[in-house]
Design a protein around this ligand. Structure first.
Ligand code: COA
Length: 911
């Protein structure tokens, strides 16, 4: 078996893992960032504060190090040589360093690491988090190992090394222990980091969902104001904890005693809702911090969504929140709900409280959240919790996914998204969560005008839809195109079992809706199979001869409740059926209640008889009785008004089930990839020319180092050399302009194919030169590439483009013109698993050409997949490769591999 790498989406360099927020094991937070020269005084104070033992462990001496040493420590300008990270927190009235860690290069591959955590902050997982971040920075600067020497009695440090999961080797030297950690990600490092992140994130969010006490700051006396409605919603919906309105101008609000400030609130407050004017929010946050509040929900708008000044205010707000180790939802949000009867928390300014249930929802738009909550009642969807994340300055969709992953009350997760903060982190988390609970997402901003609106609405960064589509596909996220679809999917996924297969039975009392429903089933990849003789005979026993006893089963307009009941029981018991759609068009309003009773009875019987794993969905077209509920506790049957909707829901449920059943895939490791050679070539090209295309020779060297199957060929500079080379590589040959500057060679007459004589090679060479000269572009000619002509095989292409937010995106399609004209391309984000590569190749419409079509030989699919996986690894490892195009690649018959005939690579340094 080939060695594999863990499926891990490493942070992009642009994500700056060295700065941001750390969530500690106790759910509080701290800031992390590179040390600066101006930190020297704070660092000195930190070191002096350490206990003598801690100083001995960190500096091998109990006396504080010299000022020069401290100054040196605070210099992170040359991360290839030395780097220090500091963790800060507002503590005892000032911002202080509470942990610091550094590395120093020992050689090209190994850096020495050392760190210290303030004694007061031991036991909160800070050391491990610090090591994890230092390791990420070290990896980004080319180190593959960390080395540390520590006292053998320093059990805390040894625990940090163990907890990190990095493969470690230990050696003892007297009282000291030397540890070498390999920084290559392993299953253990990835798994432990994920568990750590999930546990700490969940702990930090718990006070939002399960507060014992809530304060509303800005609780206004005006009953129409947001502040008043917040108090009112909490009170009316019977919040189970203590409630404290805070308003300096009121003594009583909504029948509750009011407090002039947070300091006068008599008991500790877990969650503070802030609805004061924007310019007052910062001081209120500071008051909350000194009153010991850990969770803030900022309703107030006027932050990043309103432009530059708002951005600056939001940055300040976040700084205050982080310095105090708190967490914040918002600003500019609509609030939060938890329907758990033990809390009954409606911390929003609507009094509409949803039905309790299994569906959790996060919405980036307050209004959409409100509309969805209203819709959830219409579709009888029970909600577990709801969060309007607003500008998501701190708490993000990714955090909430991790909370809901472990939340026993939540079975389905809905996301309304306008932007991605960190799609690569989303990929990591969503893939894991989807394997346990379905995530249904609406990503708004697909159209360019939609994206503009999103940009101005929630200061959203528009992401290319191709990347979003790929991301959702790879992570098993069910994409809803419209809000209505999201609600329909929530009703299906939330209330019914996942279908064991794609075979659907349809029962109807009218032909037209059944045809539409069957068409929609097939369009969604479901089948409406013929019924077995056994099932048809069972139907024959109670249906009139005029009824259709095939699938769809048409009970005709005279259908009775009893016939519905028996047909349902029969189809749900049928082995050839995985899911059932029941259609009903009312003939007379008077009949609908009886028919509904027959349907309910039929489902009940079938469930009791053992057909528990087959979903049932109803399309109820009953004029005057549109809002009928089919409730068979604990089950609710989703009911829709149109016959196509159940088909759409079931096809998405079936696709998700299949996604979950397939193995997640592995990222193969290629130990023959000569990455250091590629780094050298790219590094030299970048330092000589800056951002640019690689030359033909450099491109060949990079592809050869990655062991990619390049068609042989060399660049020549004269017609004589071209003829000599043609003799060497074999006739007939192709001549291609070699130029870093001219990307589209064909357009300047730079490609000549099928040359089989010396004279034709000479003519082609001269003609390429002449054409360039005529265009005044002769200086752009680096030479001419001579290659033997390829024959046979199917032309395909592999490309890479870089999305600033998503990172590398890999494309696969048929080569040549097909890709541009037909747009028959599959995209995926990296890293690719073997499953991704297999799905890409099979996902294009032209796959039939690759699998052998009408006498054409099949192509070597395995070889194409190998190219895709190698390219994925290459661009993940060498992020400077910003664009890559292998087009065409000739895919030869099975066993004969493929040949890359044309390639170009563009490099860009990262800021
Ligand atoms: N501490 C406690 N209470 C304070 C306070 C403070 N530091 N500062 C002001 N207040 C009180 C005021 O006294 C007032 O109470 P009163 O009406 O009884 O006098 C109340 O808070 C509201 O203050 P006010 O100045 O009247 O603010 P406002 O009503 O104009 O606006 C917001 C407050 C937050 C609602 C408003 O700024 C806002 O952002 N609205 C939009 C919210 C929104 O749409 N969010 C997104 C939803 S998706």
């Amino acid at each position: 078996m080939k060695p594999v790498r863990p499926l891990y989406t490493a942070p992009l360099r642009s994500e700056q893992p060295e700065s941001g927020c750390l969530i500690l094991r106790d759910g509080t937070t701290a800031d992390i960032r590179p040390a600066e020269a101006s930190d020297a005084a704070m660092m000195q104070e930190f070191v002096s504060r350490l206990s003598p033992e801690a100083r001995r462990h960190r500096f091998f001496s109990e006396t504080a190090p010299s000022g020069d040493f401290i100054t040196g420590l605070c210099d992170s300008c040359e991360p290839c040589t030395q780097f220090t990270l500091v963790v800060t927190r507002m503590w005892k009235g000032a911002v202080r360093i509470i942990a610091a860690g550094s590395y120093w290069a020992r050689n090209e591959h190994t850096a020495e690491v050392a760190m210290a955590v303030d004694d007061e902050f031991h036991g909160k997982g800070l050391g491990t988090l610090l090591l994890e971040r230092l390791a990420l920075v070290a990896i980004h600067h080319g180190f593959t190992k960390l080395w540390a020497v520590t006292h053998a009695d320093n059990s805390a440090m040894r625990e940090v090394f163990r907890e990190s999961g990095f493969t470690a080797s230990e050696a003892y030297e007297g009282d000291d222990m030397e540890v070498e950690l390999s920084l290559l990600p392993t299953e253990a490092t990835v798994h432990r980091a994920e568990v750590r992140e999930r546990l700490s994130t969940t702990a930090s969010l718990r006070p939002f969902f399960y507060p014992q006490s809530v304060a509303v700051i800005g609780a206004s006396r005006d009953p129409k104001s947001i502040g008043f409605r917040l108090i009112d919603a909490l009170k009316t919906n019977k919040f189970r904890g203590a409630l404290y309105p805070v308003n300096p101008k009121a003594t009583e609000l909504a029948g509750l005693p009011a407090f002039p400030s947070m300091h006068s609130v008599p008991r500790p407050v877990d969650l503070a809702l802030i609805a004061v004017p924007a310019e007052t929010v910062l001081s209120v946050v500071d008051d909350c911090a000194s009153a010991g509040v850990r969770a803030l929900l900022v309703i107030t708008s006027g932050f990043a969504e309103v432009g530059r000044q708002g951005h600056a205010l939001q940055a300040q707000l976040l700084k205050h929140v982080r310095q105090h180790g708190m967490r914040m939802i918002g600003p500019n949000c609509f609030g939060l709900m938890n329907t758990d009867p033990r809390v009954r928390l409606n911390a929003t300014f609507t009094s509409v409280f949803p039905l309790p249930g299994r569906v959790a929802m996060s919405s980036q738009s307050g209004a959409i959240g409100l509309a969805t909550l209203a819709g959830s009642r219409r579709f009888h969807i029970g909600i577990s919790s709801f969060v309007s994340i607003g500008n998501k300055a701190d708490v993000s969709t990714n955090d909430l996914l991790q909370y809901w992953e472990e939340d026993p009350a939540t079975g389905v997760i809905l996301l309304y998204m306008e932007s991605f903060g960190n799609p690569r982190r989303f990929a990591r988390i969503a893939r894991r969560v989807s394997a346990r609970k379905p995530i249904i997402a609406v990503k708004a901003g697909r159209s360019s005008s939609g994206r503009r609106a999103a940009g101005s609405h929630t200061a959203a960064l528009a992401a290319s839809d191709v990347a979003v589509e790929a991301l959702f596909h790879q992570t098993g996220v069910v994409r809803a195109r419209r809000l209505d679809d999201m609600l329909a999917f929530a009703a299906g996924f939330g209330a019914q079992p996942l279908p064991p297969g794609r075979r659907v039975g349809i029962i109807t009392n009218a032909g037209g809706p059944a045809i539409l429903c069957a068409d929609a089933c097939e369009a969604g990849g479901l089948s409406v199979p013929q019924l077995s003789t056994h099932t048809a005979d069972a139907l024959l026993a109670f249906l009139p001869s005029t009824a259709a006893r095939t699938n769809p089963v048409d009970l005709i307009a005279s259908a009775t409740p009893e016939q519905y009941a028996r047909a349902i029981t029969t189809l749900l018991a049928a082995e050839e059926i995985d899911a059932l759609i029941i259609l009903y068009v009312s003939v007379t309003v008077a009949d609908t209640a009886d028919i509904a009773e027959g349907i309910t009875r039929g489902i009940e019987h079938a469930r009791t008889a053992g057909a528990k794993d087959k979903p049932v969905i109803i399309a109820w077209m009953a004029e005057g009785d549109e809002h009928r509920v089919f409730s068979l506790p604990p089950e609710t049957i989703p009911v829709f008004a149109l016959p196509e909707t159940p088909a759409l829901v079931l096809s998405n449920m079936a696709a998700y089930t299949e996604w979950r059943q397939r193995p997640i895939g592995v990222v193969p490791d290629f130990d023959d990839l000569e990455l250091s050679a590629v780094r050298t070539i790219c590094g030299a090209a970048l330092s000589q020319r800056g951002n640019s295309w690689l030359t033909t020779e450099e491109t060949s060297s990079v592809l050869s180092a990655a062991q990619l199957p390049l068609q042989p060929g060399e660049v020549v500079h004269t017609a004589d050399e071209a003829v000599a080379l043609a003799d060497k590589v074999g006739w007939p040959v192709a001549l291609k302009l070699a130029s870093r500057q001219i990307v589209h060679k064909t357009e300047v007459g730079g490609v000549r194919l099928n040359l089989s004589t010396a004279q034709s090679v000479r003519d082609a060479f001269e003609s390429i030169k002449t054409q360039l000269a005529e265009r005044n572009q002769l200086a752009a000619m680096d030479g001419v590439l001579v290659q033997p002509m390829m024959t046979g095989g199917v032309e395909v292409m592999v490309g890479v483009t870089h999305d600033p937010l998503f990172g590398p995106l890999i494309a696969f399609g048929l080569g040549g013109i097909h890709v541009e004209i037909l747009g028959d391309v599959q995209f995926r984000i990296t890293p690719l698993t073997d499953r991704d590569a297999a799905e890409m190749v099979r996902g294009i419409k032209g796959y039939r050409l690759l699998s052998g079509y009408r006498g054409h030989p099949a192509a070597d699919i395995e070889a194409i997949e190998d190219v895709l996986l190698r390219i994925s690894r290459l661009v993940e490892e060498i992020p400077e490769i910003i664009e890559l195009d292998l087009n065409p690649i000739f895919a030869l018959p099975p066993g004969q591999g493929c040949r890359i005939v044309d390639a170009r690579i563009r490099l860009e340094t990262h800021a």
